[in-house]
Design a protein around this ligand. Structure first.
Ligand code: NAP
Length: 294
């Protein structure tokens, strides 16, 4: 049997259409577009590409994009001042500070300074707490995108056994909370987990978020399982640079029921969920009923 390949690009395009419609409705009713401010400190080339593509995507979907590029030696105080200005600016609905920050800056206090209502990355401890408490907040973009892919593929997730491999604040922990809220029975695995192959093999849903090239083997996967591969690692294969996931795709795509490719799976959903969160934040801040987009 060969697994269904879950098409993240097409799922993201569908979500994008719904976001564009909601952004247009918001613009008509509120007299302004939803606004996303992206802050970049320094000149890391990968971060520059991410920031540019986020701005471009926001504009394509009919939103306002405010890009703030600060020099690598920006002080903590100057960065916090900018965040305070953005918090107070009514035309800004979402604030994203591109991580990682240069080493002399304290990321946690920067994230904590963002108004939770504008925290479209979903990293503020208050938003993490809302998620854990089952209250509405803003959810980290990558796990939100993974959940949308799972629901698109499987429909109702209630009662399914899920394993999330990796327990970061960015991906693993919010992913486990989202699956729990969908009534899955969740195992949250990490570097100290014993007998990972057996635990992966018992799961209907496997979400891999480790960052270790192809560490999860196809032979571990239950034939009925749906696999969401968040990991991205650059490897050299046959003398060529390749991007691979945490799951050994060649074998897992035969073993599983459905699987996301890398690239083209989770990645396109992550950026689209940032747009989703920006529109959601705009509606909530304006006191309007939030559209159902996901
Ligand atoms: P992270 O903060 O480095 O966390 C990695 C997690 O993996 C940790 O919880 C760690 O456990 C666990 N781990 C490490 N080795 C393990 C092992 N042998 N067995 C089981 N668990 C193990 O990484 P992250 O930020 O969550 O990102 C994970 C991956 O997803 C990276 O490749 C990243 O590039 C990718 N990513 C992709 C997207 C996208 O849009 N496609 C978005 C975000 C992240 P401990 O806690 O015990 O150390």
């Amino acid at each position: 049997m060969t697994a269904q390949i879950i098409d993240g690009k097409s799922c993201a395009a569908g979500l994008g259409d719904r976001i564009a419609e909601s952004a247009a409705d918001f613009r008509r009713d509120a007299g302004r577009a939803p606004g996303l401010a992206v802050v970049l400190v320094g000149t890391d080339p990968a971060s520059e590409i991410y920031v540019r593509s986020k701005g471009r995507m926001a504009r394509q979907l009919g939103m306002e994009s405010f890009e703030h590029v600060l020099s690598a030696d920006t002080t903590q105080e100057a960065l916090l001042d900018l965040i305070a200005q953005l918090n107070a600016d009514d035309t800004v609905d979402g604030i994203l500070v591109q991580l990682p920050l240069p080493g002399h800056l304290d990321s946690l206090s920067v994230v904590e300074a963002i108004s939770p209502a504008k925290d479209v990355d979903g990293l503020h401890p208050l938003n993490a707490g809302y998620l854990a408490s089952g209250l509405p907040g803003l959810v980290s973009c990558t796990p939100l995108g993974c959940l949308m892919l799972l629901k698109e593929t499987l429909g109702d997730l209630s009662g399914l056994d899920a394993i999330v491999v990796g327990r970061s604040i960015l991906v693993g922990k919010p992913m486990a909370q989202l699956l729990l809220a969908e009534n899955c029975t969740v195992t949250l695995a990490h570097s100290r987990t014993r007998d990972l192959p057996q635990k992966v093999g018992a799961a209907d849903i496997v979400v891999a978020a480790v960052g270790s090239a192809e560490m999860i083997k196809g032979s571990w996967i239950n034939p009925g399982a749906t696999v969401i591969d968040v990991g991205t690692s650059r490897v050299i294969r046959d003398g060529k640079k390749e991007l691979v996931g945490d799951v050994e795709f060649a074998t897992a795509s035969i073993a599983a029921r459905a699987i996301t490719p890398v690239p083209g799976g989770v990645g396109p959903m992550t950026i689209m969920c940032l747009m989703h969160n920006t529109v959601l934040a705009a509606y909530r801040r304006a006191g309007r009923p939030a559209p159902q987009l996901g």
